[in-house]
Design a protein around this ligand. Structure first.
Ligand code: FAD
Length: 380
């Protein structure tokens, strides 16, 4: 039977996340967007409130939310500011490989001691200068030598890299093989040979710093390999099954905010002696926003629900990601239109929403790659 209602726990989590977004994030969103500062005070508050590390299981001190629960949190936080939400969410992304493939010692150290007890930060290092969509084309190597792996290579576009204490790094243990040659490792920032670049200046989501990670003859103990040698690609794909719904949920949050701002402004702004909402040209545009936001949300929930039940969600997650990203872009662009000239001004919130929305068509698999996946699933 289908049930479109949240249970008590989901309602509680949504209300907590929404209050935090409304009271703490929204008032400072513009500040972090324009100053380019890293949102440390919000990270610390989020940690205290249980709005960070939400996927870390209870046995390691986390709230242990399922993927649907993480989607609910992400939508609300992104409604406040998707840059701040992305900075807060990255620990979850980097935790997934450890949750899915880590052993007890790795979980206890990195999930428990590092992220939960000591508030350390983690980042997820898959993309390289020469390989983004083509995940199996990465060139970073991990060669086994004298009881350790020696890592060489570089990663780029890694969210939270400039501030992270540790990284989950994907590298080739068999450089001659494509996806079967990939393995995953936890690499600590302080180890010799690890360095990071400055935050990259980008279009939107300024509060979520993004940068490079350089690995030069980094000795990684064998006990820091996640899973078996050659399982890296499979781990990355399993992470996508979980991260695509949660990232899509954030896109829904951005679109919902654009809708809320549009409804409010269209009622307040008068032209030709009446509110602009009285014009069908505006009300139809806003009606389409509302319809699309709701449809995107339902796709997100379904993709999360499937993976939480242990079912295959590859196509559902691609639907959610492609659709929610396109909805975020269209809704925020139309919100700028509803605001007219004021929409184009940084004094009003929709200009930032439009800049922030674009990234959803790019990271966690571009909109084209989601359609490649959908096509592959259909014509299999
Ligand atoms: C702000 C930001 C944050 C990020 N954070 C992280 C992070 O934390 N960790 C991480 O590992 N990565 C991260 N990324 C990387 C991101 O996942 C990649 O940028 C993305 O996967 C696309 O890869 P690319 O940039 O190399 O583009 P490319 O793969 O070079 O693609 C370029 C264009 O070609 C298209 N294209 C490529 N192949 C195909 C195909 N087969 N069919 C049709 N079209 C195709 C793409 O859709 C795109 O339009 C981040 C990126 C950004 C911009």
């Amino acid at each position: 039977m289908l049930d479109f209602q949240f249970n008590d726990e989901q309602r509680m989590v949504r209300d907590l996340a929404h209050q935090f977004a409304e009271k703490e994030i929204k008032p400072v969103a513009e500040h972090y967007d324009t100053s380019g500062e890293y949102p440390w005070p919000l990270i610390r508050q989020g940690l205290q409130l249980g709005l960070m590390n939400v996927n870390i299981p209870e046995q390691y001190g986390g709230p242990g939310l399922d993927v649907l629960g993480e989607c609910i949190v992400n939508e609300e936080l992104a409604w406040g500011c998707s840059g701040i939400q992305t900075a807060m969410m990255l620990n979850s992304l980097a935790s997934w490989p450890i949750i899915l493939a880590g052993n007890e010692a790795q979980k206890s150290k990195y999930l428990g001691d590092w992220l939960m007890d000591n508030g350390k930060m983690a980042a997820y290092g898959l993309t390289e200068p020469g390989a983004g969509s083509d995940v199996a084309g990465i060139k970073t190597t991990a060669i086994r030598k004298n009881g350790a792996y020696v890592l060489n290579g570089s990663k780029t576009w890694i969210t939270n890299a400039p501030i992270a204490d540790c990284f989950v790094i994907f590298a080739k243990t068999d450089p001659s093989a494509r996806h079967r040659g990939m393995s995953a490792f936890v690499v600590e920032k302080d180890w010799p040979g690890v360095s990071t670049g400055k935050p990259i200046h980008k279009l939107g989501q300024h509060a979520a710093w993004t940068g490079e990670v350089f690995l030069q003859d980094v000795e990684v103990p064998v006990e820091n390999r996640l899973g078996e040698e050659g399982q890296g690609f499979m781990i990355a794909m399993k992470v996508f099954d979980r991260s695509r719904p949660t990232v899509s949920a954030a896109a829904v949050g951005v679109a919902q905010r654009a809708l809320d701002e549009s409804v409010r402004y269209a009622n307040e702004r008068h032209a030709f002696g009446k509110p602009i909402s009285a014009n069908q040209g505006i009300s139809f545009m806003v009606a389409d926003m509302a319809m699309n936001v709701e449809a995107a949300r339902l796709l997100v929930y379904k993709s999360a629900w499937l993976v939480d039940r242990g079912e295959n969600n590859v196509k559902a997650a691609a639907f959610a990601k492609a659709f929610a990203a396109d909805v975020a872009m269209k809704t925020t662009t139309d919100a700028v239109q509803v605001f007219g000239g004021y929409g184009y001004s940084a004094e009003y919130p929709v200009e930032k929403l439009m800049r922030d929305a674009k990234i959803y068509q790019i990271y966690e698999g571009t909109s084209q790659i989601q359609r490649v996946i959908i096509g592959r699933e259909l014509f299999r």
